[in-house]
Design a binder for this molecule. Structure first.
Ligand code: PEP
Ligand code: MN
Length: 266
């Protein structure tokens, strides 16, 4: 059902008045994790100030170590929703288990399924039966075919509002946290009718690569870019190395807009 052979036209998903998959790239910015009301409110103001329509922030964090910050859960979602409402933003946040889904839907506009859960089939079925868009991230070591099949689980259960997100895969290369598979973007666009995002933060793990990889994503035809922004990245409870501060974010966004104008990409 996700195949271009089944449906030739692009799927367009409307989120908070913005059409994803039509009329140029969209952007999802926000902190790695929700840490406090003040933290998310600062980021939401910076994002809303640019006329953007979405904010991300994890409240259920899938951390490698059980001793690392696990997220604020439902309280975190409430903080994010408040910050989003005050700045006319939609909330994008990860859900890690079907048990959390129903309660979370009061606060979340776009449900993220993270890389570690790309083949959590019960979660895929659960988000397949909701009436909200799903941002599905590529698994750490998933092939493109496995990624497409994960999306198929969602659509097969009735939900066709799916955004695919390339976020880097595991390779032998250590210079970046993961290896951004940029060619996955045109392959996914050819093989499926779904919009495709690139998460430049988790794919590179490097602040200095967020701009060039976002340019590459837009140039190759991605429907959007995701990157992390934190008011004080040095003290962030997760992903401190790669989040942008708000002044860095302002500069970053200006540079991207300039790039898009220069090459008439929007
Ligand atoms: C995230 O976006 O917060 C995240 C944990 O990313 P990924 O699932 O791609 O590692
Ligand atoms: Mn992160």
């Amino acid at each position: 059902l996700v195949s271009r052979k089944k449906k030739a036209e692009d799927t367009i998903i409307t989120i908070n008045g913005e059409k994803i998959g039509e009329g140029g790239p969209s952007f999802i910015f926000g902190p790695c994790a929700v840490e406090s009301q003040e933290q998310v409110s600062k980021v939401a103001e910076a994002i809303g100030g640019k006329g953007l329509r979405m904010i991300r922030g994890g409240a259920y964090k899938p951390r490698t170590s059980p001793y690392d910050f696990q997220g604020l859960g439902l309280d975190g979602l409430k903080m994010l929703k408040k910050a989003a409402d005050e700045n006319n933003l939609a909330v994008v946040s990860e859900i890690v288990t079907p048990h959390h889904l129903e309660a979370a839907l009061d606060y979340v506009d776009v449900v993220q399924v993270g890389a570690r859960n790309m083949q959590n089939f019960e979660l895929l079925k659960a988000v397949g039966s909701i009436n909200k868009p799903v941002l599905l991230k590529r698994g750490l070591s998933a092939t493109i075919d496995e990624f497409i099949n994960a999306a198929e689980y969602i659509i097969a259960n009735g939900n066709s509002q799916i955004i695919l997100c390339e976020r880097g895969i595991r390779t032998y290369e250590k210079a970046t946290r993961n290896t951004l598979d940029i060619s996955a973007v045109p392959i996914l666009k050819q093989e499926t009718h779904l919009p495709v995002f690139v998460d430049v933060t988790h794919s590179t793990g490097r602040r200095d690569l967020l701009l060039p990889t976002a340019k590459a994503a837009i140039a190759i035809g991605a429907d959007g870019v995701m990157a992390e922004v934190h008011p004080d990245p040095a003290v962030a409870l997760s992903d401190a190395q790669q989040q942008m501060s708000i002044p860095q974010f302002d500069e970053y966004y200006d540079a991207l807009m300039k790039f898009m104008k220069q090459y008439e990409l929007k």
